[in-house]
Design a protein around this ligand. Structure first.
Ligand code: ACO
Length: 433
């Protein structure tokens, strides 16, 4: 077993008149897991865990979450400290390599990211193949995979080849995301500016036009950088598990993270911040009171969810939402932006937090509840919200792919199932059906 784990007293499973002993491992923060790797061999049973809510798919040293206490740490460092003091690129290094970078390391990494943010000119033609109405997420997933075709050392998980691949992915995902936006709005691509910090450069590539350069206000660049930090990793969520799942077949880094982008696109995962804005605008435009809307959410037959609320892991509060709530106020004030949407969000939050339905089910605002409001105030179109999440999540995906590649115990991921379909039956020829 991995270092960082220690063995506890075995668990005893009583099954069909006999008892099976199963090892129990404890991690550095006291989390315990029953090791069932031998279960099927010993008992011919498997476990059934729909949605994997009780399944530990790996041992990881990257991110720690305590959902009950609202704790999130990257490599042991609280997210609140990183949001306050760090930058996205420094946090990216921390996630991927496990330690905060030394001054020279950060300088070199930032320089590599800045200098590799251009994409090969041939890749520009790929964008011509997409319709203007396409959502940017499939464009980004496709472009990441296409970018892999230009990389000589696709499979490196260590050394200079890996370092350059990781820096390039972080650099170029921002460029292709901005280009996907330009494609959608029908404007010419703007090349990256190596003199700008990561967030300002992204905003420049998205919003500069040939006759007017976009200069991000420092508050805006800082808010975006902070959003990227808060999204940089979240242990075994759906998209990261997808990256690990794809990577477990020894698929290369580009192919694996490109699959992660697809997983993130779903409205129950990264797509939720778009859904939050849709919901808030719908309330603002419909004349519904927030109370009416909450009542609709509670009526199961309406199939309406309070978007930006609830989380599979956080059952107390999402620490990222807390940080962004403060940030939200600051950005709206700096930009003098429309506060109505924020007011509705605050009313909804207050109503939900005092309502038995949400209290009983431990439903609290998640990171998407406030990130969408900030992104909208900055001027980022709603269809780019999930893209910003993907840019932020890139270091986490890379870190997990690398960790998995180094794990000697890692095997191809291949869950089992309980078959509940038809028992054995014979084929009926077409003319007899
Ligand atoms: N609004 C209303 N009711 C909700 C909500 C919500 N947002 N979330 C959960 N519930 C209810 C469910 O209907 C269910 O009620 P029941 O026990 O009466 O059947 C109960 O709470 C448990 O819900 P599950 O769906 O089982 O919770 P799960 O952990 O599977 O889902 C999820 C978590 C998908 C995030 C869910 O809370 C949700 O759909 N939220 C809205 C979408 C969203 O904001 N997603 C972003 C997640 S954060 C991220 O990806 C970065």
């Amino acid at each position: 077993m991995s270092d960082g784990l220690h063995e506890c007293k075995n668990a005893m499973l009583a099954l069909e008149g006999s008892t099976v002993e199963l090892p129990v491992w404890e991690g550095t923060e006291g989390e315990r897991g029953i090791d069932i790797t031998q279960l099927r061999g010993k008992t011919s049973h498997i476990t059934l865990d729909s949605g994997f809510a009780n399944t530990g798919s790996c041992v990881s040293k990257i991110t720690f979450i305590d959902g009950e206490k609202g704790v999130l740490r990257y490599r042991g460092i609280p997210i609140e400290q990183l949001a306050e003091h760090s930058t996205f690129l420094e946090t990216a290094w921390l996630l991927i390599y496990g330690e905060l970078p030394m001054r020279e390391q950060l300088k070199k990494f930032s320089k590599t990211v800045a200098e590799t943010s251009l994409i090969n000119e041939s890749l520009h033609y790929h964008f011509e193949g997409f319709p203007r109405t396409a959502h940017p997420m499939p464009m980004i997933s496709a472009m990441i995979n296409a970018m892999g075709c230009y990389q000589p050392a696709l499979y490196a998980s260590e050394g200079a080849d890996f370092d350059i691949a990781a820096a390039r992915l972080i650099a170029k995902v921002s460029t292709i995301s901005a280009f996907a936006h330009k494609k959608t709005v029908g404007e010419p691509f703007r090349y990256p500016h190596p003199g700008l910090d990561y967030a300002s450069n992204l905003l420049h590539m998205m919003f500069s036009v040939p006759y007017r350069r976009y200069n991000a206000k420092p508050e805006v660049a800082r808010a975006l950088d902070r959003i990227l930090i808060l999204h940089a990793d979240h242990e075994q969520n759906c998209s990261t598990s997808t990256v690990r799942m794809v990577g477990s077949s020894r698929a290369n880094l580009y192919a694996s993270v490109s699959a992660g982008v697809c997983a993130l696109w779903g409205p129950l995962h990264g797509g939720a911040n778009m859904a939050v804005i849709d919901m808030l605008e719908q309330i603002a435009g419909s004349g519904l009171t927030t109370r009416d809307f909450i009542d609709r959410v509670k009526d199961k037959s309406s199939h309406t969810r309070l978007m930006g609320f609830g989380h599979r892991v956080y059952k107390n509060f999402d620490p990222r939402a807390k940080i962004l709530k403060e940030q939200c106020d600051a950005v709206l004030q700096a930009l003098g932006a429309n506060q109505r949407i924020l007011e509705i969000a605050i009313e909804l939050e207050e109503a939900a937090l005092n309502d038995e339905y949400f209290i009983e089910r431990n439903l609290y605002p998640n990171v998407d509840f406030y990130s969408g409001i900030i992104l909208k105030a900055i001027g980022i179109p709603v269809n780019m919200f999930t893209v910003i999440f993907a840019i932020g999540r890139m270091p986490g995906w890379i870190a997990h792919w690398r960790e998995m590649s180094h794990d000697a115990a890692a095997r191809i991921n291949r869950p089992r199932q309980i078959y509940a379909g038809s028992p054995l039956r014979d084929y009926t020829p077409l003319k007899m059906r």
